[in-house]
Design a protein around this ligand. Structure first.
Ligand code: ADP
Ligand code: ZN
Length: 740
């Protein structure tokens, strides 16, 4: 894009260009470019905004929204490569798709404000040319003292070192070094701080692939050179999907392009990084919420400057400004954690595909349980599917059976059926390990007063407080509120009559302790393992057989490989099926399949038992029969009938605020002005299932249009025309994953 020459009388000032700022703004602002300043589209620049200085990106032609006489000047250009044009187009695209403000999307690409500070400079020294350090008299009449001699001998050869390093090695002070430099006996060279990024070793060979893996790899590599394409590696857990995409990564790196791998944050474990390191000789550059500010700055700059060739990260890595991106890999592509639910609401998997399409490169999706959205794209021929149907090294897939809890006997306040308890016992006697899965943190999800039936709720949310005995408190899983367990019922005033209802993993652990007192168990949930190091420690204990029974929530479903784990028991397989979630069945299937995949990963065959009150449910049937494709076909048919995604477009509009009357007013205005088109279905306003979160009242609309309608235009014309008041917020969620 060419900057336009202004024809105003102020043209002597130069030209104007528009600059997009990383602030919640809809559009870019115009600025003058001083005559002596070289900027281009994509340049990072500092501009004045009110009394502030803000770093933004030159977005192109001036908008002309404001007369040239009112415009201010760009203050400076930041010394970084400009944002590539395809990334700018991607920012525009994401804003248009998600209906977020363009500036807010830009901010995601510039998420490290410190990254724009000029790099630290340092000065290094070497002996100047023509200086003979054996000569007793130095130029400039300087005497060769002992300290100076030591400095010169330390600098023997051509190595560059800083004054402090030299002084330390020579046993003197840095001022001696600087004195020699002042006399031109040492030559000083100034460098910019740029921590070297270890580069992947492309000579290293991968594992020797099986024939099936080899065939998939070849097809994958063939797709890498033809511009935009999406390939799905559809392979059972343990089939070597990772080994296969490693080869695609290596090929892309060899072609001189950058690679980004996206993983669910909890899958980004030390084990996984070690596998990476084993394949490429160096650890990858990483991007996740646990980085320090300094690491974020370093890694962001390494991406922009092209030093980071290979980056592995959680969802937010998607927006990093790679200049030479040639491949995005999304492992566990079905994982709901790729959906970001606050700020700019987007699905990183879907946006990654858009980024690749704009940048004209390839995407690889990998999963054992692909999402229906992805499968639909495969069925339509838009994505290529490559299948790995068997586990590596002949490890068998576990047998899965349902335990019908309608006919099983369990003891009061016990959650293990006698059938499952017997299996655990058998497994332990065989000297093998067991995993018990219950996707609920804490001790009990509900506390009631036996005297009056009062249930303890969060004061800020429509939710029960969950008892956590580990922390000795009641917690809200929605807003983080917590309190100590009360002794007296706030409703009837009776003392000590509280009863815990239902199990969480802590309560299950209590039962395990009572039933198998001589066995060692551990609980794995986000309460017991918080840092990657905690996960690592627990994994090691499991591998070293210091744990017989591992009890945990979904965080233990991901990726771990425990060779002696042969039994997986799912305590409440129906847990995810309740509620009005469009994807409840699909997600339950994916999660239980993944948990089941932990069993029997090595030579010992695995067994999986699902405790369920609905053994005839299609999810349980599909798991027991191992017939994923039948389940997907039935699920697809149900969605098609109801015109639900991926066969229709869906969006949620959430109206929220502290003042319930104002919330209802805004929601009702939206209800009155909703488009009346027979092909557009709008449900609402209705109180959200969680009618209050963090003290904010919530009303929801669910909007559905046929696939061929542009739902964004429908929403824009309708929702943006209503101006919320009274602190009410209206949020649009395109392709919603959360229905609370
Ligand atoms: P997936 O990603 O499909 O779950 P992985 O790539 O993690 O499967 O492979 C499962 C296990 O089998 C890993 O420990 C992996 O190193 C090993 N493995 C897979 N393929 C090979 C191979 N061709 N040679 C050696 N080990 C392999
Ligand atoms: Zn709460």
């Amino acid at each position: 894009m060419n900057p336009s020459l202004s024809t105003s009388p102020l043209a002597t000032k130069g030209i104007t260009m528009s600059v997009l700022l990383p602030l919640p703004l809809l559009s870019s602002y115009d600025y003058w470019v001083p005559f002596d300043m070289a900027v281009e589209t994509g340049s990072y620049v500092e501009v004045p905004l009110g009394a502030r200085a803000v770093t933004g990106v030159v977005w192109g032609m001036p908008t002309g929204d404001v007369g040239p006489e009112k415009l201010r000047e760009i203050s400076s250009v930041i010394d970084l490569p400009p944002m590539p044009e395809d990334l700018m187009r991607f920012v525009d695209w994401v804003a248009k798709y998600t209906l977020a403000r363009r500036g807010s999307v830009l901010r995601m690409t510039m998420s490290v404000p410190k990254a724009f500070d000029p790099p630290k400079m340092f000065t290094a020294y070497r002996v100047a040319n023509g200086i003979d350090i054996k000569n007793e008299s130095l130029p400039g009449g300087l005497r060769l003292t002992a300290a100076r001699r030591r400095v010169l001998s330390v600098l023997d050869g051509s190595r560059l070192r800083t004054a402090v390093q030299i002084a330390k090695a020579a046993g003197t002070s840095a001022s001696v070094v600087r004195g020699l430099a002042a006399a031109a006996i040492l030559q000083s060279i100034t460098f910019e701080e740029r921590t070297p990024i270890p580069q992947p070793d492309l000579e290293l060979a991968g594992k020797h692939l099986t024939r099936a893996q080899q065939a998939v790899t070849e097809r994958l590599l063939a797709s890498l050179h033809g511009g935009y394409s999406v390939s799905l590696i559809d392979g059972v857990t343990g089939s070597g999907k990772t080994e296969v995409y490693f080869e695609a990564i290596a090929a892309t790196l060899r072609a001189g392009k950058q690679v980004m791998v996206l993983l669910p944050e909890i899958a980004l474990t030390a084990d996984w990084l070690r596998r990476f390191e084993a394949r490429f000789g160096v650890p990858p550059v990483v991007w996740h919420s646990g980085l320090s500010d300094a690491e974020r700055r370093r890694n962001w700059r390494a991406v922009v400057q092209g030093d980071a060739r290979l980056l592995v990260g959680a969802r937010s890595a998607l927006m990093l400004p790679f200049p030479e991106l040639g491949l995005i890999v999304i492992d566990e592509e079905h994982d709901p954690s790729f959906k970001q639910e606050d700020g700019v609401i987007y699905n990183a998997r879907d946006m990654a595909v858009a980024r690749a399409s704009i940048g004209n490169f390839s995407v690889i999706l990998a999963s054992a349980t692909p999402s229906l959205e992805t499968m639909d794209n495969v069925w339509r021929g838009r994505y290529r599917s490559l299948s790995l149907p068997a586990r590596y090294a002949g490890a068998a897939l576990p047998g899965i059976a349902a335990i019908d809890m309608r006919t099983e006997t369990t003891h009061r306040q016990c959650w293990l059926s006698s059938g499952l308890a017997q299996m655990v016992d058998e497994t332990l006697r065989n000297d093998e390990q067991t995993m018990l899965f219950l996707n609920r943190r804490g001790y009990a999800p509900l506390t009631v007063c036996r005297a009056c039936g009062h249930q303890i709720n969060c004061p800020q949310c429509t939710a029960w407080l969950v008892e956590h005995r580990l922390h000795e408190r009641l917690e809200c899983h929605h807003c983080g509120y917590f309190t100590s367990p009360p002794k007296t019922c706030p409703s009837c005033g009776v003392d000590g009559q509280f009863a815990a209802c239902g199990p969480g993993v802590e309560r299950l652990a209590e039962e395990v302790r009572n039933r198998f007192p001589e066995k060692k168990y551990a609980v794995m949930s986000s309460d017991t393992v918080q840092k990657p190091a905690d996960v690592q420690a627990l994994v090691r204990r499991m591998e070293n057989r210091e744990i017989d029974i591992l009890i945990g929530t979904q965080i233990m479903a991901k990726g771990f490989h425990f060779p002696s784990l042969t039994l997986v028991g799912v305590i409440d397989a129906d847990l995810g099926l309740a509620g009005g979630d469009l994807r409840a069945a699909e997600r339950t299937y994916q999660l239980l399949h993944q948990v089941a995949g932990r069993a029997g990963r090595a030579e010992f065959p695995g067994r999986v038992f699902l405790q369920t009150f609905q053994p005839e449910h299609p999810v349980m049937q599909a798991l027991v029969d191992g017939d994923r494709d039948k389940f997907l076909a039935a699920e697809a048919e149900a969605r098609r009938q109801h015109q639900m995604p991926p066969y229709g477009r869906l969006a949620a509009v959430i109206v929220s605020g502290r003042n319930e009357i104002a919330v209802d007013e805004v929601a009702n205005t939206l209800g009155r002005t909703a488009p009346s088109d027979v092909r557009i279905s709008i449900l609402g306003p209705a109180p959200a299932p969680m009618a209050i979160i963090r003290g904010r009242h919530r009303r929801r609309f669910l909007v559905r249009t046929p696939k061929d309608r542009n739902i964004q235009i429908v929403l824009r014309n309708w929702v943006f025309a209503v101006k919320p008041h009274g602190g009410v917020r209206v949020v649009i969620d395109i392709d919603p994953y959360s229905f609370i």
